[in-house]
Structures are given as C-alpha cells and as structure tokens.
Design a protein around this ligand. Structure first.
Ligand SMILES: *Cc1c(COP(=O)(O)O)cnc(C)c1O
Length: 382
C-alpha cells in the first residue's frame, strides 16, 4: 500500500476521465442527465445524493483514516457539527445513553446538551484520561462512547485502544473526534475505534478558507447507514468546499511536520518563561499521558495551551499583544492563532463540567518561521 503522502495526493483522485485534468474538477452541478428513465451514468442522479467532487474527497478520507480496510467509507459534510449530528441521528434513538468527555469541543457538548438531550439522549461526562471513570459511566443503555484526543483545549490524551475495549465490552461503539491530530498523526480506526469524526475546517482544510466535516467508518453496514442519513438529512459538503478540503489534504503531511516542529520550539520557550504556569502539550515528557501519546501518535501536533501565573487579566492582555499570532477562534490553519478559551471558544461551557481555567491561553501554532513566532510570543509575554 502507498505511503500516507502518496495516498493524500492520489487516493480518489485519478486524472479526470474526460480530459485528463490531474485535479478532480469542481462539479458545480445539481442534477445529471439520465440515459432513459433510471439510466444513471456512474450512479449520479442528484448532487445531495452524490457528486463526483465530493466522492473524490470521501474516497481520499477513507484511504487516509483506514488504510487496508477494504470496507472503509468516508462521508463529507457541510461542517464538523453536521457530521456529528449525523452520527447521533444514525446510531442513537431516544432513551439511549452516551459517555462524553469532560474536556471537549464546546460545540460538541452543546450538541449533546441542547439538541440531543431534549430528543431523549442522556449523557454522562468522564475524563478521557480516566479509564475507570469511563467504565463506571457505562450503563446498559450506553450505545456510544465519544472522545477527543488530544482534547480541546487542555490537550489531554485518551488511550484509544483501551477505551475501544471498554466500549465494545459494554456493547457500545467508540467515536473519536480526530480533528486535533489529523489522520497524519493518528488513525483511530486502526486502534479499534468505530467512527472517526473530523472538522475538516481545521488541519485537513488547513488554510482557514472552508468550513467542513467528515466521517470515516470501517464497517460496511454502519457506513451504509450513515450514508443513508447523510442523504436523508442532507448536510452534505458542496463541490467547491469538497475541492478546497482536498487541496488542503495534499499538503497535510508536510504541514503537520512543520506544525509539530514549531510547536515544540514554542513549548520550550513557554516552559522556561517566568510569567507562564503550567504548559499543556502531549509531547512534553512531563505530560501525564505522554506515554500513551507516544504509543498512538506519530507526532504531537500544533496545539499548545498554557496558564498565565498572574491570572485572567494577564492572560487576556497576552492575547491582545501578539502581532503574528492572530487573535481568533478556530485552529489548524497555516497561520498562527491565539485565543482565550474561557471567554471565546469555551464561553458556552462556563458553569458546566467542561469549564476551563480563566488564566488559560490556547495557541494554534502555524507554519510561519519559528523565530518570528518565538519573538512575537516573547514580546507579548513581557
Ligand atoms: C471545530 C471543531 C468541531 C466542529 O467543527 P465545525 O466544522 O466548526 O462544525 C468539532 N470538534 C473539534 C475538535 C473542533 O475543533
């Protein structure tokens, strides 16, 4: 089987049969001519049900997350949350129970709390690092364990293989949100997970120019059910957005290597700085889950969080003093971003089990020159 970077560039992306175009064209089209009633050309009928540009992205995603799994299926959505909602509606029914992380993307928590719960889906939160707590949270009605690893924004690491075992022994499926790691650094389906979720808005797209989501599953029947719901609920990725994500994916490997290198240099600066308290990065030997991260990841990623010793106001000041790090939400793009989770990305979970420290700053370390990023941070830290 081809290596990761070869699959990223070629999987699902044969030269266009009509013209030989080396990049899949943007099939900006809603409907397709039929050769007689029901005479579909290559199965294409209507673009909610299928579009060749989206098909190319979906095949590429499956090849990246599930190499060697012939039954794997990728599905592309309008956003990460649309992908998540499709999992909830496909796998769960009212009365079911889910175990979710106590340290998760705020929008995921909101989806379970404000949308799934009124529909009759109960949840229990547990730390992804605490296998006993996850096992104890399981009930006879638990159908899903949902995790992120690394988590947002505290960069905790869950042991995917161990949590998959807990899920399966309780008759549940394991969903892993692989947005922070990307398939270049971590492939949860190969470690026993059942469904991988992505916000392709982040590292896969990589250029802060598209919002999208994806699912990848290994099991053919589950793939079929999810594809049915993708069409029935309709939250598909459009052709241009699919094309942008595919273009981003071609450089995922080289970008992630650079994200890793830059983040490691920044962590070194933060660790030695007098204004900085705890630094959260799974690549640190002192990180409590470093060994698990080493076992299941190829590198430790571009996300770094840290606490500011002088408290919340000082943390807010740092966020407004950088010039290369742009103050903004989101992550995973080529440009570096800085934010205050307590007031920004995680404001909606204030007062919930997901509340984050008020002196926390989160960095999405981009791929600019490391020296420029270091100088920018040093200036802001004072
Ligand atoms: C951004 C994000 C999401 C949501 O994705 P959207 O594309 O914004 O809908 C889900 N999980 C994680 C970890 C994210 O960072």
């Amino acid at each position: 089987m081809d290596g990761f970077n070869t699959r990223a560039i070629h999987a699902g992306q044969e030269p266009d049969p009509l013209t030989g175009a080396v990049v899949p064209p943007i099939y900006q089209v809603s409907t397709y001519a039929q050769d007689g009633v029901g005479g579909l050309r290559n199965g294409y009928e209507y673009s909610r049900s299928g579009n060749p540009t989206r098909t190319a992205l979906q095949e590429c995603m499956a090849a990246l997350e599930a190499p060697g799994i012939d039954t794997a299926r990728g599905l592309a959505f309008a956003s990460g949350l649309a992908a998540e909602d499709t999992v909830i509606r496909t796998v769960l029914k009212p009365g079911d129970h889910v175990v979710i992380p106590n340290d998760a993307y705020g929008g995921t928590y909101r989806l379970f709390k404000k949308v799934a719960e009124p529909w009759g889906i109960n949840h229990t939160t547990a730390a992804v690092t605490d296998l006993d707590a996850i096992a104890a949270a399981m009930t006879p009605k638990t159908k899903l364990i949902w995790i992120e690893t690394p988590t947002n924004p505290l960069l905790n690491i869950g042991d995917i293989a161990a949590i998959a075992e807990i899920a399966h022994s309780g008759g549940a499926l394991l969903v892993v949100d692989n947005t922070f790691a990307s398939p270049y650094l971590q492939q949860p389906l190969l470690l026993g997970a059942d469904i991988v979720v992505h916000s392709t808005t982040k590292y896969l797209g990589g250029h802060s120019d598209v919002v999208g989501g994806a699912l990848v599953v290994g099991d053919a029947e589950l793939g079929e059910q999810l594809a049915y719901h993708q069409n029935a609920m309709g939250a598909i990725a459009g052709p241009f957005d699919s094309w942008l994500v595919m273009r981003g994916i071609k450089t995922l490997g080289v970008r992630m290597d650079r994200h890793n290198d830059n983040a490691e240099k920044i962590v070194e600066l933060l660790e030695g700085h007098a204004s900085v308290g705890q630094v959260f990065y799974p690549g640190l030997a002192s990180h409590p889950n470093h060994e698990v991260a080493k076992k299941q990841m190829r590198g430790f990623g571009g996300m770094v969080s840290f606490r500011v010793k002088a408290g919340e106001q000082a943390a807010l000041d740092i966020c407004s003093k950088t010039s290369i790090f742009t103050l903004g939400e989101s992550l995973g793009g080529v440009e570096s971003l800085i934010e205050h989770p307590g007031r920004m990305t995680h404001a909606s979970v204030s007062g919930s089990p997901l509340e984050v420290p008020s002196d926390l700053v989160r960095l999405s370390v981009g791929i600019e020159e490391a020296d420029d990023l270091l100088a920018d941070l040093e200036k802001a830290l004072g």
